[in-house]
Ligand binder design. Structure first.
Ligand SMILES: *Cc1c(COP(=O)(O)O)cnc(C)c1O
Length: 431
């Protein structure tokens, strides 16, 4: 199977984290998000331990919580002792509600409003990852009003396209995020920001992309960032305490994706960083990384019940399920690949090629096109694998569909982390 937490039991049912998925579907209803808590913790520890072992003291992963945000995930991250990224007042509020130690919270975003900035400061967010000049002025002003000095990282774009290895493209210079090194604007802004009295610059941040399976793009980014840091030191005497290399290590959505050993990749990046720092005569800053999907994606699975199997002779087959783009918009958004299995017939041959269609009134509401499945009947359970990232967090109430619950599985026990929305919840804000 694509991940070691998935198997098939003697009843021919798909199992996840040791649980019979058909039994879970009966117990909680469908659609249903499942999360394997042990798998999440395993990934967190892999990152945390590798970063502690290979990188300077104080190097730490931050969970990019846009991938999966709810109170329980912040409690898990707090217990594991890693930091978090947030991008909105909603995520910050959720973390506060979960008693997350907010000094370990980083606040991202390319357009933080004055109200966002104030809210984050009032909630003692440890670090802002500042995106632009206007934001820095606003942070400085509001920090002054609140009588604090705000820790800040400046987000810069190193100008790398992570999918064209070696080649440094100018593509990312055009990104809506951050300020570009290449154009000189990052340096200019750093000079201005060092004069802002209510801001405590701690270092620099970059994020080069997602679904990256090699260490090489991170090494290229490290080189550009360290050269920038050396230039800033030489020009302004500023010593960068932190270098944040962003998120983006890949996950296996299908068998076509490679298996990735995160500890090994982190070691490769660390070796390169140490060598580069030597060459540049720099003390290596503390390294931060921001894994999102690689901490939670394969810890997730979504279960659906099949409604109809439509065979359009000579054209196409459809398997319709009781969920779709409202709980997983990623195929509709960017044709993301997923592995789909008929969970109630997991021991049968996957020889029925069909498009898995959601229930929304959109012909684009598909989960996957032309996948091979054990042919299901109405009532069979369908599993979509590797849905722990950007599924629950991207879910909507389109068509006034209530969002599914999140059930966590841990050491043979199952518990509800997020309740199923009710129809009353769906119209709860209406007058
Ligand atoms: C989305 C994002 C991440 C996480 O990306 P993954 O591919 O989920 O690891 C990390 N940092 C920033 C700034 C992001 O925008």
């Amino acid at each position: 199977m694509i991940c070691d937490n998935i198997s098939v039991n003697s009843k021919g049912h798909l199992t996840f984290a040791g649980f019979d998925t058909v039994e879970l579907a009966e117990k909680y209803g469908t659609p249903l998000y499942l999360m394997d808590e042990n798998k999440i913790r395993e990934h967190v520890r892999t990152y945390k331990n590798a970063m502690a072992e290979y990188l300077p003291e104080g190097s730490i992963p931050e969970f990019a919580s846009k991938a999966f945000s709810c109170k329980q995930i912040y409690r898990i991250m707090a217990e594991e002792g890693i930091d978090i990224d947030t991008v909105s007042c909603g995520e910050i509020f959720t973390a506060v509600q979960a008693d997350f130690p907010m000094e370990g919270c980083f606040f991202h975003g390319n357009n933080k409003t004055d109200a966002d900035i104030r809210f984050a400061m009032e909630n003692k967010v440890g670090f802002f990852v500042a995106d632009n000049g206007e934001e820095l002025l606003a942070i400085n002003k509001i920090a002054g009003e609140l009588g604090i000095k705000q820790n800040v990282l400046l987000r810069v774009t190193p100008g790398i396209d992570p999918h064209t290895h070696k080649k440094i493209s100018t593509g990312s210079v055009e990104s809506k995020f951050g300020v570009a090194i290449e154009t000189g604007q990052a340096k200019e802004l750093t000079e201005k920001l060092l004069r802002l009295e209510n801001i405590n610059l701690k270092g620099f941040h970059c994020h080069i992309g997602s679904q990256i399976f090699e260490s090489e793009p991170f090494i290229t980014a490290s080189k550009i960032m360290l050269e920038f840091i050396a230039d800033i030191k030489a020009s302004f005497g500023f010593v960068s305490e932190i270098l944040n290399l962003g998120g983006g290590f890949g996950v296996r959505y299908t068998e076509a994706d490679p298996v990735i050993n995160y500890a090994e990749k982190i070691r490769e990046v660390a070796d390169a960083l140490n060598k580069l720092c030597g060459e540049l005569n720099l003390t290596c800053p503390k390294i931060h990384m921001e894994p999102g999907r690689s901490l939670v994606a394969d810890a997730g699975m979504t279960l659906y019940t099949v409604g109809s199997v439509k065979e359009i002779k000579g054209y196409k087959n459809y398997v319709s399920i009781d969920g779709g783009m409202a709980d997983n918009p990623r195929y509709t958004l960017y044709e993301s690949p997923y592995t789909v299995i008929t969970a109630s017939k997991a021991d049968q041959k996957a020889d029925f090629v069909a498009t898995v269609a959601g229930r929304c009134c959109e012909s684009g509401d598909l989960i996957q096109e032309d996948v091979a499945l054990a042919k299901p009947d109405r009532g069979d359970i369908l599993a979509v694998l590797t849905t722990g990232a950007y599924n629950y967090s991207m879910a909507s109430n389109y068509n006034r569909i209530a969002r599914p619950p999140v059930v966590m599985l841990k050491d043979g026990a199952d518990y509800i982390a997020v309740k199923r929305e009710t129809l009353a919840d769906v119209c709860g804000l209406d007058i």
